[in-house]
Design a protein around this ligand. Structure first.
Ligand code: SF4
Length: 355
């Protein structure tokens, strides 16, 4: 049965952290001879990773696999402090593309641990972000994955006045709130970040999806199975009461028969899913009455390139000017195409590279 209408969540797809990381790796690919190495998937999206692989990027799960001297990027999810130190120790150009909002949680973990707190960290076991954050203060931190885990963890707390609750940035709000309420009930002096650690991109995408999930007969969430915020979106749609929720990597995984005759279909995308996949999914749904954007908020956050690349920027601008017969010294001073990538769209940057 044909789909009548698509309700399209806004915002959706790439967040500022993913934009920054993809553009940074794209720069590395442009500047260095292949192979460029990347510790862990740059972001958890199959298509993005495959596109970079096609461009000669080698993804590794162990920095020891990277040859001495080879350029290396550390992924947006953040890396354990000893991984960052090891990576930097071997005569390599290392770019740490960790999202600043993950760095903020690392900082909270370090400070609370130094102050003698028991730090409970709500996150997914084995997820790159959780592994990196737990490694910041392993003696003081404990993972809480599910609310039931509190039965074992809470009785172990030594000092009830020094308990902190941190979180993976991409959790579903519902998962966080359940654990936070129960922990605060037992420890009224519980320390948490002022709002919480869930990032703006996570909460905005969940709010936009909630707005469409209550109206749609089915929801399609675009994103990869290992993307935490994508899985959180599927949970949000289900808890908003949407009867059918499908997660797909892209249009090739969407079979319109699976929509069970739904006439109004919601569409959103996780924070690492490119917009071209969203448009391809909508084209496949081919809604007879078109697309209704459902807007919740504007997102104008921008994260500049990682520090290591910013230091290279004047040299790159000078080189770019030289290639077109310009004055490299003036370009270094004035700034060129590498100085301000705010207006560049990461999807387009990646597509351009692939040409
Ligand atoms: Fe950063 Fe949030 Fe995006 Fe993760 S989802 S990269 S924490 S902005």
């Amino acid at each position: 049965m044909p789909v009548d209408r698509v309700l399209l969540a806004q915002p959706r797809g790439y967040c500022a952290g993913v934009e920054m990381a993809i553009k940074a790796l794209a720069w590395m690919v442009r500047v260095f001879e292949p192979p460029v190495y990347c510790y862990h998937e740059i972001v958890h999206n199959r298509l993005v990773v495959d596109r970079f692989r096609d461009l000669g990027v080698v993804f590794v799960d162990d920095v020891d696999e990277v040859p001495e001297g080879a350029p290396l990027m550390l992924s947006a999810h953040g890396s354990a402090p000893e991984i960052v130190a090891t990576a930097r120790s071997r005569n390599r150009f290392v770019v740490n593309a960790v999202c600043p909002l993950v760095t903020k949680v690392h900082h909270e973990a370090k400070v609370r641990a130094e102050k003698g707190f028991t730090v409970l960290y709500v996150g997914h076991a084995g997820h790159d972000e959780a592994v990196g954050t737990l490694a910041v203060a392993p003696e003081s931190m404990q993972l809480v994955e599910h609310e039931e885990d509190l039965d074992d963890v809470l009785p172990e707390v030594q000092d009830p006045s020094k308990v902190a609750l941190l979180a993976q940035t991409t959790l579903s709000m519902r998962d966080w709130e359940g654990i936070m309420d129960r922990t605060r009930e037992q420890f009224p002096e519980l320390w948490t970040a002022t709002r919480n650690d869930l990032c703006f991109a996570t909460t905005n995408r969940q709010a936009a999806l909630t707005a469409i999930a209550t109206r749609a007969e089915a929801v399609v969430v675009i994103g990869s199975a290992n993307s935490s915020n994508t899985i959180a979106l599927t949970k949000v749609a289900r808890s908003a009461g949407c009867p059918l929720v499908l997660r797909v990597d892209g249009p090739e995984e969407l079979f319109v028969d699976e929509l069970d005759g739904a006439r109004v279909v919601g569409v959103t995308a996780g924070a690492s899913a490119p917009e071209d996949l969203v448009q391809a999914v909508i084209a496949k749904l081919d809604p007879a009455e078109g697309v209704e954007p459902v807007y919740v908020t504007d997102e104008d956050e921008y994260f500049p390139p990682p520090r290591e690349l910013r230091e290279l920027v004047p040299a790159l601008d000078g080189l770019a000017a030289l290639m077109v017969g310009g004055n490299p010294v003036a370009a270094r001073r004035r700034g060129g195409p590498f100085s301000d990538d705010r207006g560049m769209d990461a999807s387009l940057v990646l597509a351009e590279l692939a040409r």
